[in-house]
Ligand binder design. Structure first.
Ligand SMILES: NC(=O)C1=CN([C@@H]2O[C@H](COP(=O)(O)OP(=O)(O)OC[C@H]3O[C@@H](n4cnc5c(N)ncnc54)[C@H](OP(=O)(O)O)[C@@H]3O)[C@@H](O)[C@H]2O)C=CC1
Ligand SMILES: Cc1cn([C@H]2C[C@H](O)[C@@H](COP(=O)(O)OP(=O)(O)O[C@H]3O[C@@H](C)C(=O)[C@@H](O)[C@H]3O)O2)c(=O)[nH]c1=O
Length: 297
């Protein structure tokens, strides 16, 4: 029961998508800390800040998530995704608590013809992916009692995510072009937060040592970015959005600084087998997010 964890789950990150979802769901069990109090650019202060909170477990949602910008600001992305994660794991080991650390589908190279499993070799193609991969390795080596959750294509009603980008672009443009040859699993941030909250009691019941390791966990069902955009627009029509013309394009028609994986679908069987949870089908979860977006505007 999550209610047994009153004030003892500490989330790193405050205004991000996942931190916001966790704080909504976790109520009195969860405390979120982010910048300026805890900033991964100032590693020396992390131990003291964390000790003050006396957590039983930490969830690290903090990350540099600007995929293209990371190509130009490698050092800054590495500082957050690698060195910040490493120091946090070091601190968790020092005070002997487990760490749930969030990672990404972009650690895979995207060339596999079927969903990735956790033991597939990782070969990130971008600075963001490499910084997250370095973070994973450092987290497990600094604190072996860490649980790494690789997720993908996270969206919510707040933040700089694909759903908000498509809706905002549709308000300004009469036509949109979206790549139709990159596939993945859209993941609702609230669904992911819900799964994380449900595994915490299990981690303590079974022991962190038994649960440690890497898990893929993303929304059920796959899509191309184009298919994802199509559903976003279909749902948004119910709220009066004037639909732009939507055209499927090839990756080569949408040049980006960072190369996105062609296929980053995740096989989440291990997570289901160990924790008994599968995230909802993404096409049902998107409806709630679209309704939240239009109802807050
Ligand atoms: N977004 C996506 O599509 C995906 C995300 N992921 C991973 O999931 C996790 C959560 O992502 P999401 O919630 O979408 O990310 P967001 O970009 O929405 O939020 C990022 C969070 O990182 C925090 N942060 C950034 N810089 C620093 C810093 N210098 N010091 C401390 N905290 C900092 C922000 O802090 P503050 O609250 O202070 O603003 C914010 O809470 C990340 O690990 C990400 O790599 C994985 C796959 C897909
Ligand atoms: C907005 C837009 C994007 N695209 C393309 C660009 C790119 O190939 C793909 C996705 O675009 P974005 O840049 O919005 O998404 P991106 O920032 O690549 O999203 C990633 O974020 C990081 C943090 C992760 O960890 C990943 O799982 C993934 O969610 O869609 C279009 O073709 N048309 C458009 O109008």
């Amino acid at each position: 029961m999550i209610s047994n964890f009153e004030n003892s789950i500490l989330v790193i990150g405050r205004n991000g998508q996942l931190a916001t979802s966790l704080s909504k769901l976790g109520k009195e069990s969860i405390t979120c800390i982010g910048r300026p109090i805890l900033d991964f650019n100032y590693l020396d202060s992390i131990l003291e800040i964390i000790k003050r909170h006396k957590p039983r477990i930490i969830i690290n949602t903090a990350a540099w998530t600007a995929v293209d910008l990371a190509e130009k600001q490698k050092k800054a992305a590495m500082q957050i995704n690698y060195l910040g994660a490493k120091e946090l794991a070091h601190v968790c080991n020092n005070i002997q608590i487990p760490l749930i650390h969030i990672s990404t589908d972009y650690v895979y190279d995207g060339k596999k013809g079927s969903p990735y499993i956790e033991t597939d070799p990782i070969k990130p193609q971008t600075v963001y992916g490499r910084s997250k991969a370095a973070g994973e390795l450092a987290v497990l080596s600094e604190n072996p009692n860490s649980i790494i959750l690789r997720t993908s294509w996270v969206y919510s009603s707040c933040g700089e995510n694909f759903v908000c980008k498509i809706i905002n672009a549709s308000k300004k443009q009469s036509s949109l072009k979206v790549v139709a040859d990159q596939y993945g699993n859209p993941t609702n941030s609230d669904d992911l937060a819900n799964a994380i909250i449900h595994i915490i009691p299990q981690i303590f019941y079974k022991s962190p040592k038994k649960c440690q390791g890497i898990y893929n966990v993303s929304g059920t069902g796959s899509a191309s970015w184009y298919e994802f955009a199509k559903i976003i627009l279909e749902e948004s029509k119910n709220y009066g959005l004037l639909l732009p013309k939507l055209t499927p394009i090839f990756t080569s028609d949408w040049p980006t600084l960072a190369k996105r994986p062609k296929n980053s679908c995740l096989d989440c069987k291990k997570f289901k087998d160990i924790f008994g949870i599968r995230l909802p089908y993404w096409r049902s979860s998107i409806k709630k997010t679209i309704s939240e977006i239009f109802n807050k505007n």
